[in-house]
Write a protein that binds this ligand. Structure first.
Ligand code: NDP
Length: 284
């Protein structure tokens, strides 16, 4: 009998609205793991000390969320391949005394996407080129997408991401400046909203020509809260298949548990717990 739990958690600020702890602790309980996931509010000024504390206490790892995903890199001993490509870390893993930065956001998206459509050979349109957009564009390209179209208001950020995909993966990529309601091209198989539009507001609609959301498309959103976004509702009304942000959130957390504990957690338990704390299921 041991009274010493394995420790993991999340460093972000503000942290009180982050639901990840609920699904991670549900996964640990379902797997019978004597592990804890602590949601910790850490300011930028305290990030270095928090990481020293995690090392000292023997944490198996921790998630980093806003605003630490880039700043954390200076405090780590190395980076995994996609974290290095993406230039951001959302998951730190303790390995043989070293802290290694990984990025599970895009991996989570690809895992959730695979349940509905295989990424191989697809044309994926990514709306947004921030942290989530970079992670998704890079991982769908690494997973075999043939083409990635990046759509973004900020030209330098969008062009930079398209160039990164072309230079560092096998996929083709192009950039489209986002100046008016975006019409999804007929060549596209998947369109994903990777902007923050819709977060916390079920009526806020991303600037898109909703009539271009054809029934053949997989229409995905990164927004986990509320999961039933105006964009996904518009897509479902037009007969398109939808993938909500809970799928990505669950999958990126499940990948983190695999990295920290070497077990594959029960995704259904994690999703059910998230739905319980956040609200109803997506439209289809
Ligand atoms: P960033 O701040 O890094 O990037 C935000 C992106 O959204 C930028 O491309 C920005 O464009 C774009 N954007 C913001 N407002 C608008 C607007 N009104 N119209 C068009 N584009 C807009 O944020 P992140 O990428 O880190 O996060 C984005 C969202 O992804 C958040 O809501 C977050 O909750 C969600 N997320 C979900 C995850 C999940 O597991 N489900 C995981 C990670 C993130 P520009 O460059 O032109 O300013």
């Amino acid at each position: 009998m041991s009274f010493l739990s394995v420790l993991s958690g999340s460093f972000s600020t503000p942290a009180d609205g982050n639901p990840t702890v609920a699904m991670m602790e549900a996964a640990y309980a379902a797997a019978g793991l004597d592990a804890r996931y602590l949601n910790v509010d850490v300011s930028s000024a305290n990030l270095a000390d928090a990481i020293i504390g995690a090392r000292a206490m023997g944490w198996v790892g921790f998630n980093c969320s806003m605003p630490h995903k880039v700043a954390v890199i200076d405090h780590l001993d190395g980076l995994g391949e996609s974290a290095e490509l993406i230039g951001a870390v959302n998951c730190v893993v303790a390995r043989d005394g070293d802290l290694i930065g990984e990025n599970t956001d895009g991996k989570g998206f690809v895992e959730a996407m695979r349940e509905l459509r295989h990424p191989g050979g697809t044309h994926v349109v990514v709306l947004g080129a921030g942290g989530a957009g970079r992670a998704i564009a890079v991982e769908v390209a690494l997973a075999g997408a043939a083409r990635v179209t990046v759509v973004n208001r900020n030209v330098a950020r969008g062009e930079g991401l398209a160039r990164l995909v072309v230079e560092r993966t096998e996929a083709d990529a192009d950039f489209q400046p986002w100046t008016s309601a975006y019409a999804v091209p007929t060549s596209a198989d998947v369109v994903v909203n990777a902007t923050s539009v819709g977060l916390g507001d079920p009526e806020e609609l991303v600037n898109i020509d909703v009539d271009s959301l054809r029934p053949e498309l997989l229409v995905a959103d990164v927004i986990p809260n509320p999961p039933h976004t105006a964009y996904l509702r518009a897509a479902a009304q037009r007969g398109a298949q939808t993938l909500d942000g809970l799928g990505m959130l669950v999958a990126q957390g499940a990948v983190a548990i695999e990295l920290w504990h070497g077990i594959s957690p029960d995704r259904d338990v994690m999703r059910a717990r998230l739905s319980q704390v956040l609200g109803p299921e997506s439209p289809n």
